[in-house]
Design a protein around this ligand. Structure first.
Ligand SMILES: NC(=O)C1=CN([C@@H]2O[C@H](COP(=O)(O)OP(=O)(O)OC[C@H]3O[C@@H](n4cnc5c(N)ncnc54)[C@H](O)[C@@H]3O)[C@@H](O)[C@H]2O)C=CC1
Ligand SMILES: O=C(CO)COP(=O)(O)O
Length: 318
């Protein structure tokens, strides 16, 4: 077994299913009861209903089993990543660690590559990100993603590509992870616009100004413009701001329409909006949309006040 996926959420499970087209894959979940269910049913009905686990996919609750794998994909939610890496550094250091999570760690303001490098200095850190819903990947629908690694990694690109999962590679880890993190914040904002019945024109304006914000922070932190224009930035922004499959977008709709939202659903953009406002402050940048989303998620402002505040900002050049 050479590839392990740690975290049997929707995305980890979908990637494991896709990678199993090429050979044996190990999928680890921390919850023994969930593992027993998945082994019995050959499904992951808790997180990815409907998808069938191929026979070459082994499900385990023994994280030590990943020790025999040289490539390890990390599919735990971003706000759990730092703790997860420190707890398991002894096992993970020295491996190729590919983060599949999108977000900025609230505790440190870091992305997943920096978290990996801090906890596992002997590992090779990479990021897999881009426009892709877990359900689409699991169904074998065509999907294209960005694989970012500071060291050019054509071998890793080849190992993680499947007939339906097409990977493009880059060495710009900062741009790739910021694109994936920030688009979730803008997707919540797009959902608010739709939920509050402000219209498709307003959503297009919001996405465009949101993309300007994404670029502003990413360039300040050393990203390359072409990365933000690619799959991990523009591509994922478009997908997430326009599809009801997106949890961030649906959460925004609930905020905008004043409806309830299941707190058990993973919505990475909420914590990332808070982390982004901290980074923007530290770097002297204006990120008004991210600031409004952080305030809305924290129930510090009403939707009506957020809209008024954004529309009454000083007129300026595009
Ligand atoms: N679902 C999707 O379509 C996509 C998700 N992603 C990203 O993948 C990451 C994971 O998201 P999903 O798989 O969708 O989430 P999910 O909500 O389906 O599952 C999260 C999983 O993480 C596990 N988990 C939570 N804390 C943990 C910990 N401390 N240690 C070990 N496992 C832990 C949970 O038990 C659960 O199985 C997120 O950063 C998300 O942005 C990226 C692209 C697509
Ligand atoms: O990142 C995703 C699609 O590329 C998944 O988006 P959500 O987390 O909003 O569902």
């Amino acid at each position: 077994m050479t590839i392990a996926v740690l975290g049997a959420g929707a995305f980890g499970t979908a990637l494991a299913i896709s990678l199993a087209q090429r050979g044996p894959v190990l999928l680890w979940a921390r919850d023994a009861a969930q593992v027993a269910e998945m082994r019995e049913s050959r499904r992951n009905d808790r997180r990815l209903p409907g998808a069938v686990l191929p026979e070459v996919l082994t499900v385990t609750d023994r994280i030590e089993d990943a020790a025999g794998c040289d490539i390890v994909l990390l599919g735990v939610p971003m706000q759990k990543m730092g703790g997860f890496l420190s707890e398991n550094a002894g096992l993970l250091d020295g491996k190729v660690l590919v983060s599949c999570s999108k977000g900025i760690d609230l505790a440190t303001g870091r992305g997943s590559v920096a978290l990996i490098e801090a906890a596992c200095p002997g590992a090779l850190a990479a990021v897999l990100t881009g426009p892709s819903f877990a359900a689409d990947i699991a169904r074998g629908l065509p999907t294209a993603l960005t694989l970012a690694c500071r060291t050019d990694a054509p071998d890793l690109q080849a190992r993680l590509s499947t007939p339906t999962l097409r990977l493009y590679r880059t060495t710009d880890t900062i741009g790739a992870e910021l694109g994936g993190a920030l688009k979730n914040v803008i997707a919540i904002a797009a959902g608010v616009v739709i939920g509050a019945n402000l219209g498709d024109s307003a959503r297009a304006a919001l996405m465009t100004r949101g993309f300007a914000e994404m670029n502003r922070l990413a360039m300040k932190l050393g990203a390359r413009p072409e990365t933000l224009m690619g799959l991990s930035g523009f591509g994922d922004l478009v997908l997430t701001c326009t599809s009801l499959q997106s949890r961030n977008f649906r959460y925004g709709i609930a905020l905008g329409s004043g409806s309830a939202f299941d707190p058990g659903v993973t919505v990475e953009g909420a914590a990332t909006a808070r982390a982004v406002t901290g980074l923007a402050r530290d770097h002297g940048l204006e990120m008004p949309i991210a600031a409004m989303i952080a305030a809305l998620c924290a129930q510090k402002i009403s939707v009506a006040d957020a809209v008024t505040a954004l529309l009454s900002r000083p007129l300026k050049e595009e």
